[in-house]
Design a protein around this ligand. Structure first.
Ligand code: GTP
Length: 597
């Protein structure tokens, strides 16, 4: 295919605005996929994604389109994940494109994450085509939303396309706009090979399958290639395009999008953002923008049943083959026994991994509350990274603690500005900016400790704005704060996975709320259980769980067998997620109590 007949584009959209539905439509319209083969939401392959209705991993599809000018074009759609945890992957897939469809729900308008991704696209000089989706809905207000896009993004909406992905309206217009508005790739086939990896996944037969865009030069089957960041070398066993099923080809030239297999053992050897070049001749420079995705959120994972420790290790090893951003190290806790300290890109990533471990590997896990990475300067002047509150050096051994801050932008209707400011301030946020963007859209910007965001910030934002506000955040750096470690003692014993790092001024409040919450969450036992919150040796709050007086069954008078059975079943179910700490059974929810104060 001549470069002039290639168009590479992605779709930028907020969750639920219809990206997957539109992608399906484009595949159908171009007969890339037949109606019969079209399962709902073709591009979202993972079950989990389908269930949650969100796009986690990005993929690609190549379509052949007969345009009205009589020529056939190759359109490569590169899908992007719609969540802030994966914004680095979004940036790499945008770097592989010359254009993007900006899909906005015509009954909803622009959301914070969309805005962040549009700015990324503009940074990469992409041609952006606004598409107002869901115009079939009675509540659709395309004119108002067009104005909103113009006001907020400054994008000309004169040619915005009105569409309904669901009913198939505007699909031809979108395909034509891609051909006429998105520029073709540059003619750089004469240069040494450089291909940008924008996604990869692990296949147990062929090894890692790498998705890439050839930026310069040509890649052929059998070529010996080098990955410039990882430094590894491979022979290409298989080369192909995604239509969207894998179809093998002999070579791919600058401008094209495809996949390769080269017996690569783990995705960390072929990371998103890395540059593929030939061993000979090698490109002098890699493509710009490579960053090793670093975990930002950490938690402990412990099997409820100590016998499952090895199974958990195997499962993490397997997951890691397909998820380079997942980190894990063995951890021993006096209270919990053997487990792992795991690092994730963000909360969603954390939830996905936990769910996969439990569902695909059949493990019963206790998860401890998420923590961030603190920088601690010791009195010797060393700076150490602490991702687990129980490893925090004592006040005598440390000089200062710094914690990560994020810049958070919320878009909200005016009426919720007050409640959201209150929320941000209560989470130690520093107010930075407030702007009226358009009717129903005020932007609120705060700089706020990441530790305060990884708790229930998102849920609180949603509930305080009745679901209308949206947010986006990114790391801005580390700042010193007077932080202390708050320990929790159950039955007189410190329980390390319940330890948290909190601001000194909030310690008393958090300690009190935490023991009160634990009192609710930990079931009664045959004996009285004291609960305490302490900073160092100073107890700042205490409560106790009274002893159990009657056994459960005594409530069932006489011989109501079925009721007894039900109660016992209920108990057995509850038992699954208990961890015995000393003589006290602590339920999973208790380890997350700090998130729900
Ligand atoms: P993520 O995968 O989370 O990014 O969501 P998405 O943007 O891909 O949204 P998806 O295509 O899954 O659509 C979300 C919901 O909106 C689904 O219930 C669709 O059926 C519905 N939907 C999509 N397009 C239209 C449309 O044009 N009109 C109407 N009425 N509903 C639509």
């Amino acid at each position: 295919v001549p470069v002039s007949h290639i168009r590479n584009f992605s779709i930028i959209a907020h969750i639920d605005h219809g990206k997957s539905t539109l992608a399906d439509r484009l595949l159908l319209q171009t007969k890339t996929v037949s109606d019969r083969d079209m399962k709902a939401q073709f591009l979202d392959t993972m079950d989990l994604e389908r269930e949650r209705g969100i796009t986690i991993k990005l993929q690609a599809a190549r379509m052949a389109y007969d345009a009205s000018d009589g020529n056939q074009y190759v359109l490569n759609l590169i899908d992007t994940p719609g969540h802030v945890d994966f914004s680095y992957e979004v940036s790499r897939s945008l770097a592989a494109c010359e254009g993007a469809l900006l899909v906005v729900d015509a009954s909803q308008g622009v959301e914070a994450q969309t805005l962040a991704n549009v700015y990324l696209a503009l940074e990469h000089d992409l041609e952006i085509i606004p598409v107002l989706n869901k115009i079939d809905l009675p509540g659709a207000e395309p004119d108002r939303i067009k104005q909103e896009i113009e006001d907020i993004i400054g994008l000309d909406c004169g040619n915005a396309i009105l569409a309904s992905a669901k009913q198939g309206i505007g699909i031809d217009e979108i395909l034509e706009a891609i051909v006429y508005l998105v520029p073709p790739p540059q003619e750089t086939v004469e240069r040494p090979l450089r291909a940008l990896i924008f996604d990869s996944y692990y296949d147990s037969y062929r090894g890692v399958i790498v998705y890439f865009r050839v930026m310069d030069g040509t890649l052929r089957r059998g070529d010996r290639v080098q990955l410039m960041a990882s430094g590894k070398e491979y022979d290409i066993d298989e080369l192909g395009v995604l239509s969207p099923m894998q179809i093998q080809v002999e070579d791919l030239h600058a401008g094209e999008v495809g996949y390769l297999a080269a017996s690569i053992k783990a995705v960390e050897d072929a990371r998103v953002g890395d540059t593929i070049t030939l061993v000979k001749p090698a490109a002098p420079e890699p493509l710009p923008g490579y960053v090793e995705a670093k975990p930002m959120v950490f938690c402990g994972l412990f099997p409820t049943d100590a016998d499952q420790f090895e199974d958990l290790r195997d499962a993490l090893e397997k997951l890691r083959l397909s998820d380079a951003a997942l980190q894990y190290d063995p951890e021993t806790s006096s209270a919990m026994g053997f487990g792992f300290r795991c690092g994730f890109l963000g909360l969603l990533h954390m939830e996905i991994v936990q769910e996969r471990l439990e569902r695909e590997y059949n493990l019963d896990l206790i998860t401890t509350a998420p923590s961030v990475i603190y920088w601690v300067t010791t009195i010797d002047g060393d700076v150490i990274e602490i991702d687990n509150p129980c490893n925090l050096p004592s006040p005598q051994e440390r000089e200062k603690i710094e914690e990560p801050y994020v810049r958070i932008e919320m878009l909200t209707p005016e009426e919720f500005v007050g409640p959201l400011m209150e929320l941000s301030q209560s989470r130690r946020g520093d107010f930075k900016d407030m702007k009226y963007l358009a009717q129903g859209r005020t932007s609120l910007v705060y700089e706020i400790p990441l530790a305060e965001v990884v708790t229930d910030f998102f849920d609180q934002m949603k509930s305080r704005s009745r679901g209308y506000a949206s947010m986006e955040y990114h790391l801005v750096g580390y700042r010193e704060n007077p932080l202390v470690r708050l320990d929790i003692l159950i039955n007189g014993e410190p329980v390390d996975p319940l330890a948290t790092i909190v601001h000194r001024d909030k310690a008393y409040y958090v300690g009190k709320a935490l023991v009160e919450k634990l009192k609710e969450l930990i079931p009664r036992h045959q004996f009285k259980i004291p609960l305490q919150a302490a900073i160092g040796s100073r107890v700042i709050s205490s409560e106790s769980i009274p002893a159990l007086r009657k056994d459960v069954l005594s409530k069932c008078y006489g011989g109501d067998i079925s009721r007894k059975k039900k109660l016992l079943q209920k108990q057995a179910k509850g038992k699954k997620r208990l961890k015995a700490i000393g003589t006290v059974d602590v339920p999973q929810e208790a380890f997350m109590a700090v998130l729900r104060l």
